[in-house]
Write a protein that binds this ligand. Structure first.
Ligand code: HEC
Ligand code: HEC
Ligand code: HEC
Ligand code: HEC
Ligand code: HEC
Length: 228
């Protein structure tokens, strides 16, 4: 009998398997118990309305309007959300970004009082998060916007919103739908923040297919891509 194996099983003689097999078996045992539990927890969280709330548009501490700043004033998304093409997160702009203009423009406005207070105190404005995936799902902005998916494909016509509103379910099915057929959404990289960009369905499929081949775009559907 294999002595090492005998020791590891506390003196009880088992099969003639090398020692590592026992630890492997223990691991498999743990996985069998933990995996169903993990899936149950995922389901419980995945189905809470909070994560799939289309139309969720919380009141913000300042009545900041995208419609005014983007559509009427023509400020590009990247002027404020300046990390969206570089990192996973799309940063909400610091108070200083607002003050670049509002030190002079509407400097006495009542509506801008919380911005001036935050600027004076150095404390950030407490913006309420609109889009919020559960923690067990991994998302990355730059992986999308640098490969040709525009803001509007996931956030809708933000340039028409007085108050930001969630327009897509952000469910797993929604993610996978595009990962399986990205050509329906791909656009040239210089159109990423263009809210008005829109092609007819056949044009989109033709251009999308071209971009897909040209840049070798192949979104993964492996579980570990989004659950790590
Ligand atoms: C002048 C600065 C500015 C510009 C330009 C701007 N945003 Fe924003 N954005 C903000 C601020 C401030 C917030 C947080 C308050 C809010 O949700 O309204 C925000 C919030 C958002 C949110 C919601 C974030 C969340 O909590 O889930 C999205 C999505 C968004 N912006 C997309 C865009 C897009 C797309 C563009 C370009 C069409 C754009 N923004 C242009 C300042 C800006
Ligand atoms: C590039 C310049 C610019 C930047 C940056 C900018 N704004 Fe503005 N904002 C304006 C202009 C111009 C107006 C319109 C003023 C008018 O109606 O006469 C305005 C109007 C507003 C108003 C309405 C004020 C009122 O009294 O009606 C609010 C609120 C506001 N901005 C919030 C913000 C916030 C919050 C930020 C930072 C996230 C920001 N703005 C960044 C230029 C800017
Ligand atoms: C492929 C879909 C997709 C695209 C494209 C996309 N977003 Fe998002 N965005 C999301 C999701 C999903 C979240 C929620 C992320 C989370 O909760 O972790 C989000 C959150 C945000 C937030 C809140 C801060 C954050 O990172 O959680 C801002 C601001 C934002 N997006 C702006 C933009 C802008 C601006 C663009 C275009 C330059 C853009 N997004 C493109 C899906 C997308
Ligand atoms: C409208 C289309 C679209 C939607 C919606 C979308 N994706 Fe993607 N995703 C893509 C494309 C295109 C890529 C880039 C593939 C490539 O580079 O070959 C990508 C890449 C990714 C990557 C990067 C993988 C890596 O290699 O690092 C992650 C993570 C990801 N997506 C997660 C998500 C999640 C989570 C959601 C839903 C909340 C989502 N995506 C929704 C189109 C989309
Ligand atoms: C492209 C990204 C992506 C991929 C790939 C992906 N998921 Fe998900 N998954 C998500 C997102 C986002 C959620 C959260 C959905 C929500 O909040 O409603 C989620 C939620 C879940 C849930 C919770 C229940 C539900 O459906 O909402 C389970 C279970 C799950 N994923 C398992 C898997 C398994 C198993 C795989 C591989 C076969 C996988 N996922 C691949 C993005 C992904």
């Amino acid at each position: 009998m294999d002595r090492t194996n005998e020791e590891s099983s506390g003196g009880v003689v088992r099969f003639v398997f090398p020692k590592w097999f026992n630890s492997l078996r223990d691991l498999a045992g743990i996985a069998l118990v933990v995996t169903p539990l993990y899936i149950v927890v995922l389901y419980a969280y995945g189905n809470t309305p909070r994560t799939t709330d289309v139309g969720y548009a919380p009141k913000q501490p300042v009545a900041y309007s995208h419609a005014l700043h983007v559509n009427e004033l023509g400020i590009d998304c990247l002027y404020c959300h300046n990390t969206v093409d570089k990192t996973g997160h799309a940063a909400i702009p610091p108070t200083q970004t607002c003050m670049n203009c509002h030190t002079n423009i509407r400097a006495q406005s009542e509506k801008l009082l919380p911005i001036r207070e935050a600027h004076a105190s150095g404390l950030p404005v407490e913006w309420v998060k609109v889009h919020d995936l559960p923690d067990y799902a991994y998302f990355n902005h730059s992986a999308h916007v640098r490969r040709g998916i525009g803001c509007a494909s996931c956030h809708g016509r933000v340039d028409k919103m007085e108050v930001v509103e969630q327009v897509e379910r952000l469910s797993m099915g929604w993610c996978l739908d595009c990962h399986r057929n990205p050509e329906r959404h791909l656009r040239p990289l210089d159109q990423i923040t263009n809210m008005a960009y829109e092609l007819t369905e056949t044009e989109q499929l033709r251009v999308g297919q071209q971009l897909k081949e040209k840049y070798n775009i192949n979104p993964s559907t492996d579980c570990s891509t989004c659950h790590r």
